[in-house]
Write a protein that binds this ligand. Structure first.
Ligand SMILES: *Cc1c(COP(=O)(O)O)cnc(C)c1O
Length: 429
């Protein structure tokens, strides 16, 4: 299989690979991983790192999970992939049944795709094609929130925060949408009507050209790790109904238990018209995403002039990925996962609390199995990343945020090790 030593891997990587959000020629070397099991990443030099990231919200059951491994192997023996145009198969049907059962009652229709960004593209396209189909073709614009993140493809990027979402680079080619202020009412607090003034004004003036509002419910993830009042979503649903605008929830990061509810929308009891799922959908095994919608959307589009919804990824509803997703969801639901998230929340809260006393810390916040230390200044990744690796943990900060969202299988002792490393690194930068 070749020489997978630390140095060989790093050199070959440096020569040929471009990493996410990185310079090809001037980035710190990537850390070589040869395996992963449970809550640990096995490095090429024999060290193990405790994983605080769940590989970007995905690996909720940890790595190399026997039940998920079995699901992949069993499906591999049946078929790894068939096209989805004109064909169907049990993994897709089972997964769609599960998703429509677990999500709010009105969301009856599932459109599968291959990544979160594409699920968002599909959602935006559904909203626009819906209004076209029902005779309101002027409704093509979106309203998104500042500090939001919805993915990296062009349609998704256009609804990301205009500053952190690189709109300055692509401004001339991105479709122009409307942006409302990020909610300032905190999670757990009520959301006063004053929070809704700017977005209400926006809708009052522009609703004839607005197709949908898209938000990440309760947790704004990659745009700033902000937790906001669930009541904001109740207000948003009322505004959407009043102005005849669709509501899209992007639960790609928050879905499958991370915030303490199976879906973050349950904190508010609000039902969107369109829902995007991804990331933890397959337990971090494979890339798969889903866009769910209600009958109003699916029937509106299907009765319309085009009749068909114009999208169809090559690897749509990949059977391996769907079978793994079914196994991952069944595994999650077979355990007292709410208790697990509550325990992780306590562990993160008590473990990160000492960071509140540090001079360079602006805020410490936790919600469900998410723990965030927000610094006053952006971290120097060149300096900070090796500090974490030296302490035997894998945490990857961005900007001012040092945060963790551990696999749900992480025990309290390991969370204590993880949070102690976070506090220690922050205290020493
Ligand atoms: C990660 C993420 C996406 C994009 O998903 P990809 O699979 O990376 O394309 C979209 N929305 C939210 C909220 C995300 O966290």
């Amino acid at each position: 299989m070749g020489d997978w030593s630390w140095n060989t891997l790093q050199a070959a990587d440096r020569a040929a690979i471009w990493h996410p959000y990185a310079s090809a020629t001037n980035s710190p070397d990537a850390v070589p991983v040869l395996g992963a099991a449970g809550v640990h990443l096995q490095l090429a030099d024999g060290r193990r790192l405790l994983d605080g990231m769940s590989s970007w919200w995905c690996a909720i059951h940890g790595y190399n999970n026997p039940a998920l491994n079995r699901a992949v192997r069993d499906q591999l023996g049946q078929m790894s992939h068939v096209m989805f145009g004109g064909l169907t198969h049990p993994p897709a049907v089972k997964l769609a049944q599960l998703l429509t059962k677990l999500t709010p009652a009105g969301l009856n229709r599932v459109f599968f795709s291959d990544s979160g960004s594409v699920a968002v593209e599909v959602a935006l396209k559904m909203a626009i094609q819906y209004w076209y189909s029902v005779g309101k073709p002027a409704k093509q614009k979106m309203v998104a929130l500042r500090s939001g993140y919805h993915g990296d493809t062009f349609g998704a990027m256009a609804v990301c925060d205009p500053d952190t979402g690189m709109h300055h680079l692509f401004g001339d080619v991105l479709p122009k949408h409307f942006f409302a202020p990020a909610p300032t009412c905190r999670f757990g607090d009520p959301c006063p009507d004053s929070e809704m003034i700017a977005i209400t004004d926006l809708l009052t003036e522009h609703h004839r050209e607005i197709a949908a509002i898209i938000v990440e419910p309760v947790v704004q993830g990659a745009g700033g790790m902000r937790f906001y009042s669930a009541q904001y979503l109740v207000h948003l649903r009322a505004l959407c109904d009043a102005f005849d605008v669709l509501l899209i929830f992007d639960e790609i990061a928050t879905g499958f238990g991370r915030t303490g509810k199976l879906f973050a929308l349950e904190h508010a009891g609000v039902e969107p018209d369109i829902l995007c799922l991804g990331k933890a959908l397959t337990g971090g095994y494979m890339t798969l995403a889903a866009t769910l919608c209600n009958d109003r959307i699916s029937e509106g589009i299907s009765r319309g002039e085009a009749g068909a919804f114009m999208h169809g990824p090559t690897f749509m509803a990949n059977p391996l990925a769907c079978a793994t997703a079914v196994a991952s969801i069944e595994l999650l639901l077979s355990q007292p996962w709410q208790r697990t998230i509550a325990r992780l929340h306590n562990d993160l809260e008590s473990g990160l609390a000492p960071a509140r006393g540090l001079d360079n810390v602006a805020d410490v916040r936790t919600l469900g199995a998410i723990g965030v230390i927000e610094l006053k200044k952006a971290v120097d990744m060149r300096k900070v990343q090796p500090m974490f690796v030296e302490r035997g943990v894998w945490v990857r900060p961005f900007g001012k945020l040092v945060y963790a969202m551990p696999p749900f299988v992480m025990g309290s002792d390991d969370v204590a090790t993880l949070t102690a490393a976070m506090v220690d690194v922050v205290a020493n930068i």
